[in-house]
Design a protein around this ligand. Structure first.
Ligand SMILES: Nc1ncnc2c1ncn2[C@@H]1O[C@H](COP(=O)(O)OP(=O)(O)OP(=O)(O)O)[C@@H](O)[C@H]1O
Ligand SMILES: [Mg+2]
Length: 113
């Protein structure tokens, strides 16, 4: 099991949600966050003196998946979230040790799906 965390542009959330739905990936947690990447939150056109980072609005999507869903989930997000411009986002993948569905007491593979 893995947890996939994608940081994307807020304006791409609908496209990503639609694409995930079509790929039969229906479970997710979405948060509105702020962040910056290697441009420190400024565009390449920025000419002023930079003394601190500029946090931009981003959307964070968390999806816990069984192993067979890791690749399709990543591919779907990569495709739907891309504009080709700086700030398109990042995807982080980490091992997920345990999952519990509170209502039924199910664990692991059963609790994710
Ligand atoms: N190393 C990182 N650690 C934590 N969050 C990150 C990291 N890199 C990017 N992010 C998050 O992802 C968002 C989008 O990053 P962004 O797409 O600007 O990455 P980048 O590395 O600067 O790539 P690009 O050059 O394409 O802009 C950031 O605003 C931040 O929230
Ligand atoms: Mg960037």
């Amino acid at each position: 099991m893995k947890i996939i965390v994608a940081i994307i542009r807020p304006e791409k959330l609908n496209d990503v949600k639609e694409a995930l739905f079509k790929a039969e990936i229906h479970k997710m947690t979405v948060s509105h966050v702020r962040g910056c990447g290697q441009q420190k939150g400024y565009t390449e056109k920025y000419r002023g003196h930079i003394s601190q980072i500029n946090l931009l609005p981003k959307v964070r999507i968390e999806i816990a998946v069984n192993d067979e869903f890791v690749k399709p989930t990543i591919e779907t997000i990569m495709k739907a979230a891309k504009t080709g411009n700086i700030g398109d986002g990042k995807i982080f993948v980490t091992p997920l040790e345990e999952v519990y569905r509170i209502r039924t007491g199910e664990e692991g593979k059963e609790a994710i799906g």
